[in-house]
Design a protein around this ligand. Structure first.
Ligand code: ATP
Ligand code: SF4
Ligand code: MG
Length: 348
């Protein structure tokens, strides 16, 4: 397997201007605050977490649509951080974003045909007849009549518009697609169809996805692996089945404990309601484990020491001191063989 997208020690901080003359005095929002993530070719990695935890910022930073404050972002092994605008544009052809609101991502004054041909032109992939041919072909792939090229975005339903936005994202044959809540603005009845389209395109074009979603049923359906974010960090990263069956981080457990409802806003509120206390500001994350003020299992070490992602199980890591013992668990086989003197009372 080859690595498609990679973040190493990635931070994206925003300095908020106070509005006064001293623009350097505002608080620093630590939207992404130290993330390592490797996405392999052909995978779908889902990104979940409460509103404001940094999911969109991470997705954008992986495509270098946000400037990293620290760390490295690579695409297919190329470091994107130090690239000239020309080289960056060349890499950008291979990675695209699909947004929540298809209407916002389509120019209302541009006919569908022009909107779809634009990325081909920008990346120097095709013009004229070749472009028209590619547009007709991609429209068919996403389930639309090629005759729609002469129409405008407002003439379509939300689901059709999302198909157009997706067609625009994949027409240049990217290898990596970041989909940021691509179903959230759609009617429930349409969501399953768009989800099928993502699956179809993945198989057809050998795509790799980062799929941002707060809908855990969707995540369970699409994801090979799931990354759970909290306050700018990944707190758990695991294979989807493992994460849903045996969530290791107390925050993941709280998220999964939330009963899903069809209304995303209510669902979010419910997740938060299950956890004591407020979500702290990303401008001032708590010391030690960032989750400690809300964690039902908090221990003294959690208030002072910041846990890194620790090995929990095959294909599962969690940033939580509860799993420190799992890290040190290897010698326990010696104990079981009676070779350890550490816990004499455990020997029979
Ligand atoms: N351009 C920006 N300038 C300042 N702050 C920003 C900017 N973009 C994001 N933020 C802040 O960074 C934090 C993370 O935002 P982000 O949009 O990445 O979260 P999210 O997890 O995608 O949330 P949601 O689920 O609501 O989409 C938030 O506190 C947000 O207000
Ligand atoms: S490290 Fe401590 S506070 Fe943080 S999630 Fe684990 S038990 Fe809770
Ligand atoms: Mg977002």
């Amino acid at each position: 397997m080859s690595t498609v997208s990679e973040a190493l020690g990635l931070k994206v901080h925003f300095r908020l201007s106070q509005g006064g003359w001293n623009r350097r005095s505002g608080p620093v929002i630590r939207a992404v605050d130290g993330i390592d993530l490797t996405i392999e070719a052909g995978e779908t990695v889902a990104l979940v977490g409460e509103s404001g935890c940094g999911k969109s910022t991470l997705g954008r930073a992986l495509l270098r649509l946000e400037e990293p404050s620290a760390g490295v972002v690579r695409f297919e092994g190329h470091d994107l951080t130090g690239l000239s605008p020309e080289l960056l544009r060349r890499q950008r052809a291979g990675m695209r974003m699909v947004f929540q609101d298809p209407y916002a991502s389509l120019n209302p004054r541009m006919r569908i045909g022009e909107a779809l041909a634009e990325p081909l032109r920008v990346h120097g992939l095709a013009t004229g007849r070749a472009a028209r041919h590619a547009v007709a072909e991609i429209l068919e792939v996403v389930g639309l009549d090629p005759a729609v090229v002469a129409r405008y975005p407002h003439e379509f339903s939300g689901g059709q518009r999302q198909r157009i936005a997706i067609a625009r994202a994949v027409i240049g044959r990217p290898r990596f697609v970041v989909a940021d809540e691509p179903l959230s603005a759609l009617d429930i009845s349409v969501q399953a169809q768009i989800l099928d389209l993502f699956a179809d395109l993945k198989a057809r074009f050998a795509l790799t996805y980062l799929f941002v979603s707060h809908d855990l049923a969707v995540v369970r359906h699409v994801a090979d692996r799931v990354a759970v974010m909290y306050l700018g960090r990944i707190v758990e990263l695991a294979e989807a089945e493992t994460l849903f069956m045996r969530p290791a981080h107390p925050y993941t457990q709280a998220l999964l404990g939330a009963v899903p409802t069809p209304d995303p806003a209510r669902e979010r509120a419910r997740v938060v309601a299950r956890l004591p206390g407020e979500l702290p500001s990303p401008a001032a994350p708590p010391a030690g484990c960032r989750f400690h003020p809300r964690c039902p299992l908090v221990m003294p070490v959690c208030r002072t020491d910041d846990p890194a992602l620790l090995h929990v199980d095959a294909g599962q890591t969690a940033a939580c001191w509860l799993h420190r013992r799992a890290e040190a668990a290897a010698p326990s086989s010696l104990e079981r063989l009676g070779l350890s003197h550490a816990h004499p009372h455990h020997q029979s």
